[in-house]
Design a protein around this ligand. Structure first.
Ligand SMILES: *Cc1c(COP(=O)(O)O)cnc(C)c1O
Length: 414
């Protein structure tokens, strides 16, 4: 099993870091790639890719069942990854970390688990800033149970209105689910206060950390959060793997979502008893290489340092914001005082898709559209935005290239 990281970066040496990401030196449409779609998925460093190939080359085996050496090695590596995730998020126990296929899967495990305990008239609270994957599963749950979904509104800056949130809370509130950071606008939400206020009325809280995890290390015990979910592919890990953190007491009460192998203690045709945590929620053969690589991705970003990453990305955000604001007719959506390096914008009279297409021809990868957050677009009464989202491996020069390309695009379109 290869070591996950040999280099220590201090202080952040972006040019050195970029060498870990071979994809960043490829060309797109004859131009150097500028990858600014990090909020959709991050790129994968060699240190993580190597861990995946090492697994398939050297110790590919099913876990938790074999007595043979390969199975033991795979099990050890998988469980070591679980412990890395536990440490990173400061969970009290490794078994509070459930491996899932990603944020969407994690949210569905929790929402399905509430189908039996909710009653007609119970209330659930979501925010106006959510990704569809933190809206739709709960709407399905409301349809099943007769529970009612209430929405915390936001203002023009893309900041949630906490006074309105407080008005929505009551003893009818059973669950609150909010993202830590909005993928569409970059707003960092005051989750500590949101959690405290929900707990004061006896409600539980799920935080969607998919967009926060690459930039902010959540401490689940300090937050006292009931559930925290994320996907590895947003933080330099592979796709198809993520986590559901749940407090031991919450996970013990939550019924399992899927039945199958690995999740049982005993099966007869009369009755099955479920396995202990975390296996109760991990039916079937999991994404073993993915789980191990998730751990390696955390090693990778922790070796650079989350604080260094956040500080550098803040500089990119300020630089990019200042440069974009100089462009006539350009409007930035999401101007919260606390935000991550996501800039959503439009230029007056031009469809975001047209800007995105021309930028792509010039090698610049941005996202256009509603970013799986249609309610936010409806709030601003726009079809979508162009979204540039930065990571620690991006540079100021790349932002300059985007500005040059954008000016070219606007000349063609205006
Ligand atoms: C990316 C993202 C999701 C969805 O993650 P998947 O990996 O597609 O399940 C959910 N919420 C937020 C805030 C996201 O950024």
């Amino acid at each position: 099993m290869g070591s996950t990281l040999d280099l220590i970066y201090s202080p952040m040496d972006v040019q050195k870091i970029r060498k870990d990401f071979p994809i960043l030196s490829r060309e797109v449409n004859g131009r150097p790639l500028v990858y600014f779609d990090n909020a959709a998925t991050s790129q994968t460093p060699l240190q993580v890719i190597d861990v995946i190939t090492d697994y398939y080359k050297n110790y590919n085996a099913n876990i938790h069942r074999g007595v043979h050496a390969l199975s033991q090695e795979a099990t050890d590596a998988y469980e070591a990854a679980r412990q890395k995730i536990q440490k990173h998020f400061n969970a009290a126990h490794p078994f509070e970390i459930i491996f899932t296929s990603g944020t969407t899967h994690s949210i569905n495990i929790v929402s399905n688990g509430y189908a039996q305990s909710l009653q007609k008239g119970d209330e659930l609270i979501v925010s106006a800033l959510e990704h569809h994957s933190n809206i739709v599963p709960w709407q399905m749950l409301c349809e099943k149970t007769g529970a009612i979904l209430k929405v915390i509104p936001m203002n023009q800056q893309g900041v949630l209105l906490m006074e309105e949130y407080e008005k929505l809370l009551s003893d009818k509130t059973k669950l609150v689910f909010v993202n830590h950071v909005s993928n569409a606008l970059g707003t960092v939400n005051p989750i500590k206060a949101i959690i405290e206020k929900a707990h004061a009325v006896g409600a539980q809280v799920l935080i969607d950390g998919a967009q926060a995890s690459p930039h902010i290390r959540a401490d689940v015990q300090a937050l006292d959060v009931d559930y925290y979910v994320t996907s590895a592919h947003k933080l330099c890990g592979p796709t198809g793997i993520g986590m559901l953190y749940g407090k031991e007491s919450a996970l013990k009460r939550l019924p399992p979502y899927q039945g199958g192998g690995e999740m049982i203690a005993e099966v007869t045709f009369e009755k099955t008893t479920y396995a202990d945590l975390p296996h109760k929620f991990e039916a079937g053969t999991p994404n073993i290489a993915g789980g191990i690589a998730f751990g390696a991705a955390l090693d990778y970003i922790n070796n650079i340092g989350m604080d260094q990453i956040a500080a550098y990305e803040e500089e990119l955000l300020q630089y990019g914001t200042a440069a974009l604001e100089k462009i006539p007719g350009l409007k930035i959506y999401g101007t919260a005082p606390q935000k991550t390096a996501v800039i959503s914008f439009n230029v007056e009279g031009i469809h975001p898709y047209d800007i995105g297409s021309i930028l792509d021809k010039l090698g610049i990868a941005v996202r256009t559209g509603h970013h799986c957050a249609q309610p936010i677009m409806d709030y601003y009464q726009i079809p979508g935005t162009v979204r540039a989202s930065f990571s620690f491996y991006n540079t100021f020069e790349e932002i300059d290239s985007m500005i040059v390309a954008l000016k070219k695009a606007l000349e063609m379109l205006q």
